[in-house]
Design a protein around this ligand. Structure first.
Ligand code: 13P
Ligand code: SF4
Length: 305
C-alpha cells in the first residue's frame, strides 16, 4: 500500500529513470504539484514544452494543453494524464463553423484563445492565453480582429484595447462564467479588507469589480507580492489551496464554491504514477498536416507574446 508521500517518491524516482518531464497546470492538485518539473499557466506551459530536454512529456491538465505540447515538440512522446480530461470551451466551435464565420468578417485577423482544439487552430492566425492576450492583440497590425471562443476574455481584452475593433462570438468557460456579480458583491461585504483577484474568463461585470484580473499565475504572483493580507479568489478553487500553502500568513477565500473544473480534477496522483510506469494516460497522436497548420498560430503567439 502507498501513502501520498511514498507514491510521490516513487513517481520522482521513475520520472528520472524514464527521462520524463512532468508539466502540471496550476489547477492540478497540490500532491501533483509536488512531483512536477514545472507548474504554470497555459502560456508558461507552452514555453516550457518548447524547451524541455526530456524525450517524454507528461502533461497533467486538459487535452488542448497536451495537444499544444505535441505541436511544439512533434518528435517527442507526449502523454495526457487522463484520457477524459478535456476543456468544454475548446469544443464550442468547430473548424467548419469558424470557416463560415470568417466569411462574415473578411479581412479580419482570427485570434483564438489557446483553449481550442488543434483542428480549430489550423484555421486561425494567432492564438493567445490569458497572460499574453493583451500584448499579442496590441502587437497585431490589423485593427480588425475576430476573437474566439471566449466572449468574456474577449470583452476584457476589448475594454483595455479600445483602438482595436474586436468582434466576439458566444462562448466561454462554464466554471468561470457561472460566477455572478452578486457573489462578488457578497464576498466583498463578507471580507471588506480583502483584494478581489479574478480570471478574465469571468463575466465582464465580475472582472470590472476586481482589484486585479489575470491568468492563474498572474493571480498567484499578485497575492504573493501584495502587502495585503486577505484575498478573494475568483478562479478555479484549487488556487485557494495553492495560495494557502505558498503564503501561510495570508487568508484566502473562494469567490464561489462552484468554481470547480471537473476536467482538471480528473487526474489523480495515482494516474500520474500509472503514466510514469507506462500503463496510464493517453499518448497524443495528431495528423502531421494538422500539426503543421496549427503550429503557425502557436508560433505567432510565442513570437508576439
Ligand atoms: P491560464 O492560462 O490562466 O492558466 O488559464 C487556463 C484555463 O483553462 C483557465 O480556465
Ligand atoms: Fe476549460 Fe474552464 Fe476548465 Fe479552464 S477551467 S480548463 S476554461 S473548463
Amino acid at each position: 500500500m502507498y501513502t501520498t508521500r511514498t507514491l510521490q517518491d516513487e513517481i520522482l524516482r521513475l520520472k528520472k529513470e524514464q527521462d520524463i518531464c512532468i508539466l502540471a497546470h496550476a489547477y492540478q492538485s497540490q500532491d501533483i504539484w509536488e512531483v512536477a518539473d514545472y507548474i504554470g499557466d497555459s502560456y508558461g506551459l507552452s514555453l516550457e514544452a518548447a524547451k524541455a530536454g526530456q524525450q517524454t512529456i507528461l502533461l497533467c491538465g486538459v487535452r488542448f494543453m497536451a495537444e499544444t505540447v505535441k505541436i511544439l515538440s512533434p518528435q517527442k512522446k507526449v502523454l495526457l494524464s487522463h484520457p477524459m480530461a478535456g476543456c468544454p470551451m475548446a469544443e464550442q466551435i468547430t473548424a467548419s463553423q469558424l470557416r463560415d464565420l470568417k466569411k462574415q468578417y473578411p479581412g479580419y485577423t482570427t485570434a483564438a484563445y489557446i483553449n481550442t482544439t488543434s483542428e480549430l487552430k489550423t484555421v486561425c492566425d494567432v492564438c493567445v492565453t490569458s497572460s499574453s492576450a493583451l500584448q499579442i492583440i496590441r502587437n497585431l497590425e490589423n485593427p480588425d480582429i475576430l476573437f474566439i471562443p471566449d466572449c468574456n476574455l474577449g470583452a476584457w481584452i476589448a475594454a483595455q484595447i479600445p483602438e482595436k475593433n474586436i468582434q466576439l462570438v458566444q462562448g466561454g468557460c462554464p466554471a468561470h462564467a457561472g460566477i455572478s456579480a452578486e457573489e462578488a458583491v457578497q464576498a466583498r461585504r463578507l471580507h471588506p479588507a480583502a483584494k478581489l483577484l479574478v480570471h478574465p474568463e469571468c463575466l465582464p461585470e465580475v472582472s470590472r469589480m476586481a482589484d486585479y484580473a489575470g491568468s492563474t499565475t498572474g493571480i498567484m504572483d499578485y497575492a504573493k507580492n501584495s502587502t495585503a493580507k486577505e484575498f478573494i479568489i475568483g478562479t478555479e478553487n484549487s488556487i485557494v489551496q495553492h495560495l494557502q500553502f505558498a503564503c501561510p500568513d495570508k487568508q484566502f477565500y473562494a469567490l464561489s464554491k462552484d468554481c470547480v473544473c471537473s476536467n482538471m480534477k480528473l487526474t489523480t496522483l495515482m494516474d500520474v504514477y500509472h503514466c510514469v510506469c507506462g500503463t496510464g494516460g493517453e499518448e497524443i497522436i495528431l495528423p502531421e498536416d494538422t500539426m503543421q497548420k496549427a503550429r503557425h498560430c502557436i508560433d505567432t503567439m510565442l513570437s508576439l507574446g
